[in-house]
Design a protein around this ligand. Structure first.
Ligand code: NAD
Length: 479
């Protein structure tokens, strides 16, 4: 069992007078690690060191060196894939095949960041476009911001952390990193990996602690230039209200819709939507939550979808055979089951699943639902999906947009005109055509509209959000 603490200026803070909290495997309750929680002083030190190291290290570090460190980190992570995947499975309860997939994506994030560190371009402004602007030159540069506060959730503890850390470093920032207290072990290993890759001490400072104790004061700290947050809507709202003048990126929740028109390929769509709704027990921000199916194919779709869902294997996340592991804790599993019961009370039907055994909720398909049920109106964040018939394109668009969220959607049709028409009208940060809402690559812009968030990730776009534009003007002729 590991004993870990925060890392400030390269030193682990594990003195005895700290509060101790354990991380348990959500599947079998095995104690995976003991955490020595960060104190307010650790937070203060972490920000102070990050601020100093921004000026002494990162602001002056050439791009090729930042790129090398990121490249080296990617290479090290390849060698440690199995170690990281195993820890993610144990701390988050994620089935091992998905944990490996997360590590593989994380390697790509580091590689994209390494390549982009060498390519943060500026531009020259045609100053003579303005009357009286003759004999002037305008240069636009992108500069790092300073200290970035990175606050991450439990569900992709490695990859979502890297979506903040890698672009922050590529752009020349320093980072105070506060991972989810439920899953801090892979985060701790990641900071060690950066040390091994040659990142100077104190450029990333890790705080292992709770949202209230260290997350909140990080958000309000004057020396922090930007908060990059991924997590739930209530915390995101609070950050938006308290961050003051800082830049803020918020990657929040959703109740993602997937729309299947009458010409959709049912076999392909059902196979993909089984993963789309149930991968990591639906604890994915773009998990397929609402599936709108044209009435012509509704019965055939539902039948095939139920059969494929029944074939999923539940069990120990560390087993190669497991498709569905536990939810993050029993409280969440109980909450999800209550939402199913609430829908049933209001007239919904369980087509398959709906059973809870400790932390495991069986993959659940609901029908006969309406927009007043929590499983439709709110982010369900559990292995629960609803299948809903529609008659017209207009109806499908209206239902999909009837949400406080707008992160990603999937549209399934062979008609390219309809696909593009619908994509234009969906109020989302991203729309996939003939792909599930749950699919994400690490190099496309990713983020939400409405209450799904503010700002974009996807390495190139995160670098833009983690830099500030500086204008430098020159008057050429001084006579
Ligand atoms: P959460 O909001 O409970 O916690 C996220 C992080 O915020 C944790 O590190 C937590 O300690 C910290 N935190 C809590 N209170 C805080 C406060 N007052 N100030 C500052 N930090 C605070 O989320 P979670 O349960 O870990 O993750 C699930 C949520 O994350 C879901 O809503 C999901 O949709 C969302 N999510 C969004 C994306 C995306 O990219 N849009 C990706 C993954 C997860």
């Amino acid at each position: 069992m590991m004993k870990i603490g925060s890392i400030v200026n390269g030193q682990e803070r594990i003195e005895d007078n700290r509060e101790i909290v354990a991380v348990h495997n959500p599947f079998d309750n095995e104690k995976v690690a003991e955490l020595k929680l960060a104190t307010k002083k650790d937070l203060e030190d972490a920000v102070t060191i990050s601020f100093e190291k921004f000026h002494s290290e990162m602001k002056v570090m050439p791009a090729h060196q930042r790129a090398d460190i990121l490249r080296k980190a990617a290479d090290l992570l390849i060698d440690k894939t199995e170690d990281f995947a195993t820890i993610i499975s144990k701390e988050a309860g994620k089935p091992i095949k998905y944990s490996r997939g997360e590590v593989e994506r994380s390697i790509q994030v580091l590689r994209f960041a390494s390549e982009l560190a060498k390519n943060i371009p500026g531009e020259i402004i045609p100053m003579d476009a303005a009357i009286g602007g003759e004999h002037r030159m305008g240069i636009v540069k992108r500069e790092p911001l300073g200290v970035v506060g990175a606050i991450t959730p439990f569900n992709f503890p490695l990859n979502l952390s890297l979506h903040k850390l890698a672009p922050a470093l590529a752009a020349g920032n320093t980072v105070v990193f506060k991972p989810a207290e439920k899953t801090p072990i892979s985060a701790y290993m990641l900071v060690k990996l950066f040390q091994e890759a040659g990142l100077p001490e104190g450029v990333i400072n890790l705080l292992i602690g709770t949202g209230e104790e260290v997350g909140s004061p990080l958000v309000t700290h004057d020396k922090v230039a930007k908060i990059s947050f991924t997590g739930s809507l209530p915390v995101g709202k609070n950050i938006r209200e308290t961050a003051g003048f800082k830049k803020v990126t918020l990657e929040l929740g959703s109740n993602s819709p997937n729309l299947l028109f009458e010409d959709a390929n049912i076999d392909y769509a059902t196979t993909e939507l089984v993963k789309g709704a149930f991968a990591f027990s639906g604890q994915v921000c773009i998990s397929a939550q609402r599936i709108y199916v044209h009435r012509e194919i509704y019965a055939a779709f539902l039948e095939a979808y139920i059969q494929k869902t029944k074939a999923l294997r539940m069990g120990d996340p560390i087993s190669e055979e497991t498709d569905i592991g536990p939810m993050i804790n029993e409280e969440e599993a109980k909450r999800a089951k209550e939402w199913i019961d609430d829908a049933v009370d209001k007239g919904a039907r369980i087509a398959v699943g709906g059973e809870r055994n400790g932390t495991i909720l069986s993959p659940t398909i609901m029908t006969d639902v309406d927009e007043n049920m929590k499983i439709i109106a709110e982010e369900v964040f559990a292995p629960i999906v609803s299948v809903i018939p529609f008659n017209t394109e207009e109806e499908a668009i209206q239902y999909s947009n009837d949400s406080i969220y707008g992160l990603q959607a999937g549209v399934f049709t062979k008609d390219i005109n309809r696909a593009l028409r619908v994509a234009d009208r969906l109020e989302m940060g991203g729309v996939w055509i003939n792909e599930i809402s749950t699919y994400r690559q690490d190099n496309h812009p990713y983020g939400g509209v409405k209450q799904s968030g503010v700002g974009r990730e996807g390495v190139k776009y995160a670098i833009e959000d983690m830099t500030e534009i500086k204008f430098i003007g020159i008057k050429i002729d001084q006579n």
